[in-house]
Design a protein around this ligand. Structure first.
Ligand SMILES: Nc1nc2c(c(=O)[nH]1)N[C@H]1C(S)=C(S)[C@@H](COP(=O)(O)O)O[C@H]1N2
Ligand SMILES: [Mo]
Length: 499
């Protein structure tokens, strides 16, 4: 038991030191984060869907916790080995260091120092384990020790644990407030060259979510275990590949370009029917079409591969970025610089396409290529290369499994069909006729629309359903489909007790 504890304490010391070293070697070189990143990139699609479904936007915390628990078990085993055969324990620690270093070394964008945190941690783990094991009274048998030596041992384990936790937390804190956070707080956004689109008072109905999603409530989905810290001062964007005129722009170049403000509703392909992985924001950015026109794509370049600083990629139809829709290289979100979690300093926003094929955060590269020549990040993982947003609608009020008094009840929510626009929303009570809801004004065809309907509720249990029809005349399908491979379908419904 004590030997196992010694192993866990040694591992904690290793992680603590590694977190501190990662402040200098790069946040993604910390072994837990690096190994977690490899896991994220390699787990089967089904497991990842499960993780998002089960943990939602806490999927990363769940993964890091799981990794830490596995490491704890491993370290316990190494500790037990240490009192029997020291050489095996050394091998165990070396393996831990090697796996961490290899993971960090192979992460996209890893610097030369990337393996250092894991290796330094492993060396420290060796010393700590050696020291603690010497404090255990046995070397071969698990004899119970006397109280005095036991207290001394536990005290030392406690000290190692506290120092490790302190070092680890300090390291995390220092990496979190990296260059990007400082630069962001000093940045003033340029003014838009045109007027801000107006949101009519009626766009917001009672009982629906806020028409504009506040930044702190905006859903966040990405594969980054540590948010990339990109300093605008060193940021560049390269437009290359199948173009006549490759371009590289800096932040200063970007600031000279015309900026516009547009409301666009982003949606995640992983959003379940009735889910909240969808949000609407006012984006400030420069139209990507003009930049692409300058780069002058070659005929046949039907795919634009957007690349993030952390290596993530997405593939967007070139046509969608040049057909005149509000596709922006965005720097502002709801009047602020992009939050670091949402892609600071620059991301793409494209109305009508799910985020995984269009909305690259921390973007640093745009490569013109062909769909037949390159699969972006999610495609080999089982998701469709093409991801137009499917027409959808959601009931925000009443909530599922709530109670209402008999009489008039407000039913309200949102509906979306980005780039096509919403024509109609209908509500059905139980198996009754579909009734047309009142539609709030549209701000653009790239945004969601709110709707409201008054239901004359009779006592009993009732099921309310919603469906939308887009401006092309296509009604939302009742067919139930999972998010994979290209977006969930089916009607959202809630059950309400009246009486
Ligand atoms: N660099 C990077 N950009 C990314 C992703 C990612 O994993 N990495 N995920 C995409 C997905 S799947 C979605 S739905 C949107 C979500 O944007 P948000 O987190 O700002 O809501 O970002 C997209 N951009
Ligand atoms: Mo997504």
């Amino acid at each position: 038991m004590r030997a196992g504890l010694a192993g866990v304490a040694a591992a904690a010391a290793a992680l603590g030191l590694a977190e501190l070293a990662a402040v200098f070697a790069g946040a993604r070189s910390a072994p837990l984060v690096a190994v977690g990143g490899v896991v994220v990139d390699h787990v089967p699609a089904g497991v990842k869907d499960f993780a998002i479904a089960a943990f939602g936007t806490h999927d990363k915390t769940a993964l890091l916790t799981g990794t830490a628990i596995l490491l704890g078990l491993y370290a316990f085993g190494v500790g037990v080995l240490a009192v029997r055969r020291w050489a095996l324990a050394v091998a165990g620690i070396a393996l831990f260091g090697a796996v961490g270093a290899a993971a960090a070394w192979t992460r996209p964008g890893a610097g030369a120092g990337a393996p250092v945190p894991a290796l330094a941690g492993a060396v420290l783990a060796g010393f700590v384990l050696r020291h603690l094991v010497r404090l255990t009274p046995y070397s071969r048998s698990d004899e119970p020790a006397d109280g005095e030596s036991r207290r001394r041992f536990l005290k030392q384990v406690g000290i190692v644990g506290a120092v490790a936790a302190g070092g680890g937390l300090a390291g995390r804190w220092l990496t979190a407030r990296g260059a990007a956070t400082a630069a962001r707080s000093e940045l003033t956004l340029p003014a838009a060259s045109g007027p801000r689109p107006a949101v009519p008072a009626g766009a917001q109905v009672n009982g629906a979510v806020p028409y504009v999603t506040p930044n702190e409530d905006f859903y966040r989905i990405d594969t980054a275990l540590i948010t990339p810290q990109v300093d605008p001062a060193t940021w560049t964007l390269r437009i290359h590949g199948m173009v006549r005129n490759p371009i590289t722009i800096t932040w200063a170049d970007l600031m000279k370009r015309p900026m516009v403000e547009r409301y666009v509703t982003l949606a995640c392909v992983s959003n379940e029917v009735g889910g909240d992985l969808i949000g609407n924001a006012l984006w400030l950015g420069t139209p990507i079409k003009a930049l692409l026109d300058e780069a002058d794509p070659l005929p046949g370049a039907d795919q634009v591969v957007q690349r993030s600083i952390d290596g993530w990629t997405c593939g967007t139809p070139t046509a969608a970025l040049r057909d005149g829709r509000d596709a922006l290289l965005a720097i502002g979100m709801n009047g602020e610089p992009l939050p670091v979690d949402h892609g600071f300093p620059v991301r793409m926003v494209v109305p009508g396409l799910y985020g995984y094929v269009s909305a690259c955060k921390w973007i640093t590269g745009i490569e013109l290529t062909r769909f037949s020549d390159f699969d972006a990040y999610w495609v080999p993982r089982g998701w469709s290369a093409q991801g137009p947003i499917k027409t959808g609608s959601r009931i925000d009020t009443p909530r599922d499994r709530t109670r209402r008094e008999p009489g008039p009840v407000v039913v309200a929510g949102v509906a979306w069909a980005q780039h096509r626009g919403i024509a109609k929303v209908e509500v059905q009570v139980d198996e009754g006729p579909w009734e047309t809801a009142a539609l709030a004004p549209a701000v653009s065809d790239g945004t969601w629309r709110q709707w409201t309907h008054t239901w004359d509720a009779m006592p009993g249990q009732h099921v309310l359903r919603v469906r939308a029809t887009d401006l092309d005349g296509h009604p939302q399908t009742s067919e139930i489909a999972d998010p994979a491979p290209d977006g969930a379908t089916g009607w959202h419904q809630v059950t309400v007790s009246v009486g």
